[in-house]
Design a protein. Sequence first.
Length: 311
Amino acid sequence: MQARSDSNVNGIDVSRYQGDVNWSRVKAAGKLFAFIKASEGNSSTDPRFERNVTGAKAADVKIGFYHYAHPERNTPGAEAAHFVGTISGYDADFPHVLDVEGAASSIGAAALTDWVDAWLEDVRKQTGHPVMIYSGASFARSYLGKELAEYPLWVAHYGVNKPMDNGTWGRWAVFQYSQSGQTDGISGNVDLNVMERAFFDQYTGTHTEVEDVDTTKPDTIKIVINDKLAGYGRTIEGHVFAPLRQIGAATGNPVSWDNVEKQPQFGATAVDNFSVIDSTTYVPVRTAANLLGGNAYWDGETKKVYIYYRG
């Protein structure tokens, strides 16, 4: 798991416990996103859901919705249907979130992993919207199996700058680092979160520039696409380039060479910005991200490039 960094985007998550929220003041305090509780179990709906959604949108705070799960009581289908019914008619910027913690562990790791996967797939199919998981760092390590690695993780771990590692996820998309934070616009405590800039950009349409890196070793820079290692790139004149065929192979896009135009093709798209080195075609990672309709981000701590797109 990576540590918090200055490039992270600040945000909060809210439910009825935060009472009346002054969303304009929240936004002015630098909180650019909020996850809003929608539902719990197979029948409970947060009484402030609609007001929070309306207020956050009016203040231009980007939002996501979450559902608190009770696998120890209900089927994933019943809870998915309840969540989908609750959020019907409301638009979220970020993936829909399943909050899994607490008594959910009572059904055991294997059964819980299957339950979570079933809920996420059901919601994704019903809504056509991306999905993700929220859990505590220790809980995720103990009860959430590798079958869930494809879903982004929103992890909670308080009082630390770097959340506990686990065997399923190598990185977090969102990190809840305090459950007793303070911010303008809310009386009392509120959960404080940071989001990876590239993840924020991916779902809000913001363009992220990839920082130049100071390294000259060829093909040693890891290129990670949607949290999976896609290949290795290099720096060319201070900018990160990636082998185009590796990007294509990792994302299921065919790569070919147009002998007439003397340029590569990525799927049906002609690529103008490229370099050929030792018979290998390289493209800037910014270009690779644009071809995928996503964003690229340089993580100075891990010395890796991350590309996020909606696959």
